[in-house]
Design a protein around this ligand. Structure first.
Ligand SMILES: [Cu+2]
Length: 152
């Protein structure tokens, strides 16, 4: 890793850590690569559900994912923060609403990979294949937060 890359990573870390306490619960901050189309479709899904979304285009969303405590096995195309929780991938707005209402002691939610029927993917695939939203426990383990059966 060269010096410029290190400087960039440190700057990103500071940007991520500093303003966390001031974030409103209903503003979703999203970090994604500038070319991610399905990320945009997921953002549109959140906005339709009433969330305010602040988008950050970054060269390497993987850095954000690592900093926010998302195990790499759960990786998807974008990482978001809302109400102090991390949201990895195409998590349905309804799951985020439930998360903010119940406020469980977890790190956040993840829909690993890019399931074809998850919000933002479904618009282009037309898929209704079942998938699950996982809760990320503070120790990095996961448990099922919500099952999304076909058509949900
Ligand atoms: Cu995606």
């Amino acid at each position: 890793m060269n010096a410029l890359k290190i400087v960039r990573r440190v700057a990103l870390l500071l940007m991520l850590i500093a303003p966390a306490a001031a974030w409103s619960a209903t503003v979703v901050e999203v970090w994604k690569s500038p070319t991610c189309g399905c990320c945009e479709a997921w953002i549109a899904h959140l906005q339709k559900a009433g969330f305010e979304v602040k988008t950050h285009d970054v060269a390497d969303p993987g850095v954000v994912r690592a900093v926010r405590g998302v195990p790499s096995a759960l990786a998807s195309c974008h990482t978001a923060m809302v109400g102090g929780y991390v949201i990895e991938g195409h998590v349905p707005a309804g799951d985020i609403e439930r998360l903010l209402k119940e406020r469980p002691r977890i790190t956040g939610l993840a829909v690993p990979g890019m399931p074809s029927a998850a919000p933002g993917m479904d618009v282009t695939t037309g898929s209704r294949a079942p998938y699950a939203t996982l809760a990320i426990d503070p120790d990095g383990r996961t448990h099922v937060f919500a099952e999304h059966a076909a058509g949900q």
